[in-house]
Design a protein. Structure first.
Lengths: 87, 188, 761
């Protein structure tokens, strides 16, 4: 059905992104770019899965807010933990 | 606040004749006033304490002070002097200089505390934390003794993890250093 | 359920209270020899753990179980059987904890804060510590389930008329408390899992320099600070309820009150580093948290003001619950002020690790919380037992405990130099008179509280019959009236139904009657056996898993969808979650806790990697081909499950079955590639936590945790397959597929991050 195709397209995008990620490893580039690029791609994949497979794009604002709250709390922990290491 | 609470306990029914909206406006106003006053107080204190924290945080220049390495362990304190002396349990210092304590631990988390100075700092394995003090002047053969205590639970010996800080006059201290440089470890 | 929690928590109160008594008696005189150092250490540790986690919070949960549904007009919680499971996990974990002292080697003596590296096997070899760590994990599971339940219930199943503005303060306070529980307990659970892995599997999270003390500190206090608000916010809600009833007027500035509660809740997630001011970490971080701690005191103070101003210009009925509530309010002022002092880094040089801190938190935890909770028992006594307690006895116990409390705890503020958790102190004149006074206070306070409880138990049987609303309260749990415009409703909601059998067509409740089941209890027992296996003797874990499996199978056979009476959709207030079904909302809230726990785990990985000077080149260590294949396998499985969902919606059962079967198959492929291929490969290269330290520890724990989640997902998918097979789903009624899908996609998302972390960077 038409609907299936949509999800298959998403799948193709995700697999392509994965291949892209793997390829970046073989590019010789300063480590920071590599890491930043890979993290960016991973986050993009995660967001695509969340928006389309988990249907977040079509849910009410109230539901969309929930994962964001969790990420904010996590952000606080991440930033604090890592920054506090610099004496 | 406490006064208010106590005072109102015994209030009898007086009823209120203010209209509802006037009541809520005055309430809102009161809330904002209270909130602002406390915020101002807090932040005034914050500025003051920030300055003080910076003062405490910044130890004096090492060339004008004596730096002693403190290693907390289960269950006592080891002190290392720049003159290559190590003592256990008792730390001797001169009274004319600021003293910097460079604190770490060799096993679990401890806390190097000087209750008489209201100062303490965590002793964490793998990390070096600094506190510093200045002491009152001591002359001649007098000594001043202060207690050192551990302020972080560190096992069954925590209760008895006590040391002492002995302050001597500068000349006595130099004699002490000379005495102890000949034998590598002093104290207990 | 509320009564079960109530009784169990009072039991734990008595246990922990006795421990407290022991502490005070030991410290009554200098150089006391009543308790040895190790026994004393266990006493304070268990006292702290039991009081905070197995008494204070659960008693709040007890009232929440009983009264939140009544206050919001729901029949029960959103997921009643999960609620039962929460209770059994709470009980069993508490018993497991208490039993640790009887194990060889004794129980934990490292303080309720369980600092690293003291908590590792090197410094605390006794198995009791592992057992307690596991009980904390089980309790965390219990609490997380509770929070999912309560949040879903309050967000989604209120009766029409219970709008956000009209909802009672206690219900609001329980909403905020549960949100904090949802966010705070995952890092604790993570911490204890990592600690158990350290102790049992040889990983090195807390014994390595790179992880160690500070890693535990960050995880524990990220949990620990919200935890204390979890303890105190219900108390504030209770105080609001009690004083509005006995002052005979509504709460002063209710909207402001709720706003302040919301502010305190949100901010409490951002202040935890004030427990770490003396650790020597980055100065700016400490100052930043000092400021957030100051900021949180403002709405907190606002809350107190709202409560005090409610007492103004009105006649106050000083009944026993009112007295306890006022006492609690008084204590929160002292406790709060002493708390604000501790927001300043510079003062912490003096306060850290001393009795000053102990004084502060006992004022808020015991003074505010226990007094409020006991007030709640008196307040709601007539509602629960339909009898009246003895007013005179109640008042006497109040006054005696009030005095005893202050004699006990006020001296602590003068013991500024006395270190915490020492079992013996020398006979110096600054310390022993204060300590002796405190012990005398304890001997007054403890028995007074005990007398209060005994009195309540006695009058539970013999009290005079009470009317349905003896206090004349206007709160919904007493009156049964929910503020609704009568014409807007299709059903008659002016009665509270207490017996589902009385339902008729007009009533707002739909659904079948629910039968009590013993499955949740069995699951709890299975969990305990599993934990005992881990702590004591690994093969026993197999028994635990078998029990869990059996219980799960029984649950599947009974059918998971709840068969309990619940409000019909038209009778519910649902903004702003009206477009989401109750089950989906529950799943999303569950996923929030998962985001936090996996997120924290990834943060742990980043933390130790950043602190490590040298890290092996992951890309050479982990097989990229397998990793990439697995990634694609998992992505395909996500596709499969969503196609199954679409197929189901279109009524195409065959395609749905195929989709689910494909998901199952691909999931199994993933696990086989990882566990049957990759891991044995690495074992063959001697890549073990004990030998390769942090890189191995992080790899196995992260991918292992993920694999466990995949496994659980596969069990769920199998259940779905069975249901489709038996034609239990229809094109309209198949929400389980969607909800399991949400979980499955989440597990996929996690892998999207794990893959690069281990194979690419």
């Amino acid at each position: 059905m038409a609907n299936y195709r949509f999800y298959v397209v998403i799948w193709v995008i995700l697999v392509a992104a994965t291949v892209l990620e793997v390829e970046t490893r073989f590019i010789s580039s300063p480590a920071q770019f590599l890491v930043a690029g890979i993290i960016a791609i991973s986050s993009a994949k995660a967001i695509v899965i969340a928006l389309y497979y988990q249907h977040l794009r079509y849910e009410s604002k109230a539901i969309k807010v929930l994962p964001l709250l969790a990420l904010v709390a996590l952000g606080a922990l991440a930033v604090t933990a890592i920054v506090s290491l610099g004496g | 606040m406490v006064y208010f609470a106590l005072k109102n306990r015994s209030k009898t029914d007086r009823g209120t004749t203010e209209s509802a909206s006037a009541l809520s406006r005055s309430r809102a106003r009161e809330a904002v006033i209270f909130g602002s006053i406390s915020a101002i107080l807090l932040f005034a204190l914050a500025v003051g304490s920030y300055r003080m924290t910076i003062y405490i945080q910044n130890p004096p220049v090492p060339s004008e002070s004596l730096t002693i390495g403190v290693t907390a362990y289960q269950w006592g304190f080891k002190f290392q002097y720049p003159q290559n002396i190590t003592t256990v349990g008792e730390c001797t210092i001169p009274s004319d200089k600021p003293i910097i304590f460079n604190v770490t631990s060799s096993d679990v988390m401890h806390n190097f505390g000087l209750p008489d100075f209201k100062l303490k700092i965590d002793a964490i394995p793998g990390r070096y934390n600094i506190i510093w003090i200045t002491t009152p002047t001591v002359s001649g053969n007098d000594t001043l003794t202060y207690q050192i205590r551990c302020y972080e639970l560190c096992g069954t010996g925590h209760t008895y993890m006590i040391g002492s800080l002995v302050v001597m006059s500068p000349t006595s201290f130099n004699e002490w250093v000379n005495r102890n440089t000949s034998n590598k470890t002093g104290g207990m | 359920m509320g009564i079960l929690y109530l009784v169990t928590s009072i039991y734990f109160l008595i246990v922990a209270g006795t421990l407290a008594g022991l502490v005070r008696v030991q410290l009554a005189v200098p150089n006391n020899t009543l308790l040895g150092v190790f026994q004393y250490g266990q006493t304070v540790t268990l006292h702290g753990l039991i009081m905070i986690l197995w008494f204070l919070s659960p008693l709040g949960i007890a009232f929440a179980n009983y009264f939140v549904p009544l206050q919001i007009g729901a029949k029960d919680l959103a997921f009643p059987r999960m609620n039962a499971l929460s209770y059994w996990l709470y009980l069993t974990s508490g018993l497991m904890l208490a039993s640790s002292v009887f194990l060889p080697g004794g129980g934990p003596d490292n303080g309720w804060t369980f600092y690293a590296p003291l908590n590792t096997s090197e410094f605390s070899p006794q198995i009791g510590v592992t057992l307690v760590a596991l009980s904390l994990g089980i309790l965390a599971a219990s609490v997380t389930m509770s929070s999912i339940n309560f949040i879903t219930t309050i967000l989604r199943t209120r009766r029409k008329g219970v709008t956000w503005t009209s909802m009672r303060p206690f219900a609001w306070s329980m909403l905020f408390t549960n949100v904090l529980m949802l966010f705070a307990f995952p890092p604790l659970a993570l911490g204890v899992v990592l600690l158990t892995a350290d102790r049992v599997l040889g990983t090195v999270f807390f014994s390595s320099m790179q992880g160690g003390a500070l890693l535990w500190d960050q995880l524990f206090w990220f949990f620990g600070h919200p935890e204390v608000y979890i303890v105190v916010i219900p108390a504030l809600g209770i105080i609001a309820e009690i004083i509005t009833t006995f002052a005979g007027r509504p709460l002063f500035g209710k909207k402001l009150f709720i706003g302040e509660l919301a502010a305190v809740t949100a901010l409490s997630i951002g202040v935890w580093v004030h427990h770490m001011f003396m650790t020597g970490i980055n100065f700016d971080v400490r100052e930043a948290f000092s400021i957030t701690t100051m900021i949180i005191s403002i709405p907190f103070e606002g809350l107190v003001l709202n409560l005090i101003l409610t007492l103004r210009k009105t006649k106050l009925k000083l009944t026993t619950p009112m007295l306890f509530a006022l006492g609690a309010l008084f204590f929160v002022i002292i406790g709060g002020i002493t708390g604000v002092f501790q927001a300043y880094v510079v003062l912490d040089y003096a306060f850290r690790g001393t009795y000053w801190v102990v004084g502060h938190f006992h004022y808020v935890m015991v003074g505010t919380t226990i007094f409020a909770l006991i007030g709640a028992i008196y307040y709601w006594f007539p509602k629960i037992t339909k009898r009246m307690y003895n007013e005179k006895l109640g008042k006497i116990t109040f006054f005696v405990s009030f005095i005893g409390f202050n004699v006990l705890y006020f001296p602590y503020f003068f013991l500024l130099d006395m270190p915490r958790r020492i079992s013996v102190y020398p006979a110096n004149p600054e310390w022993w008179p204060l300590n002796l006074t405190a012990t005398i206070g304890a001997l007054i306070f403890g028995p007074a509280i005990l007398l209060s409880i005994v009195g309540l138990i006695r009058y539970f049987k013999n009290g005079k019959a009470a009317s349905t609303n003896p206090w004349g309260s206007s709160s919904t749990e007493w009156t049964g009236e929910y503020a609704i415009p009568p014409t807007d409703l299709p059903v008659d909601t002016t009665q509270i139904l207490s017996n589902p059998a009385e339902e008729t067509e007009n009533q707002p409740y739909g659904g079948d009657k629910g039968k009590p089941t013993y499955v949740p209890a069995i699951i709890a027992v299975g969990g305990v056996i599993f934990s005992l296996g881990i702590a004591l003797y690994l093969p026993v874990t197999i028994l635990g898993l078998t029990v869990l499996l059996a219980a799960t199978v029984k649950l599947f056979k009974d059918g998971i969808s709840d068969k309990f009476a619940e409000l019909k959709e038209e009778a519910m207030e649902t903004w702003p979650f009206g477009s989401v079904s109750k089950d989906k909302l529950g799943m999303w809230i569950f996923l929030l806790s998962e985001i936090i726990i996996f997120g924290s785990l990834i943060i742990v990985y980043l933390y130790v990697r950043v602190t490590s000077a040298a890290w092996p080149n992951d890309t050479q260590l982990h097989d990229l081909a397998i990793g990439t294949t697995n990634t694609i396998v998992l992505l395909t499985s996500s596709l499969a499950i969503i196609i199954a969902l679409q197929a189901m919606r279109a009524g195409n059962f065959k395609a749905a079955k195929t989709g689910l079967a494909a998901t199952l198959f691909l999931g199994l492929v993933f696990l086989w590639l990882k566990l049957g291929f990759e891991w044995p490969n690495l074992f063959g290269q001697s890549f073990f936590p004990t030998l390769s330290g942090l890189p191995a520890s992080t790899y196995y724990i992260l991918t292992g945790a993920h694999a466990v989640h995949v496994g659980v997902g596969l069990v769920a998918v199998s259940y779905l397959l069975l249901k489709v097979q038996r034609n239990k789903f229809t094109a309209e009624n198949h929400s389980a597929i969607e909800n399991v899908g949400l979980y499955w996609h989440f597990v996929d998302i996690v892998w999207m991050f794990l893959f690069p972390l281990f194979y690419l960077i």
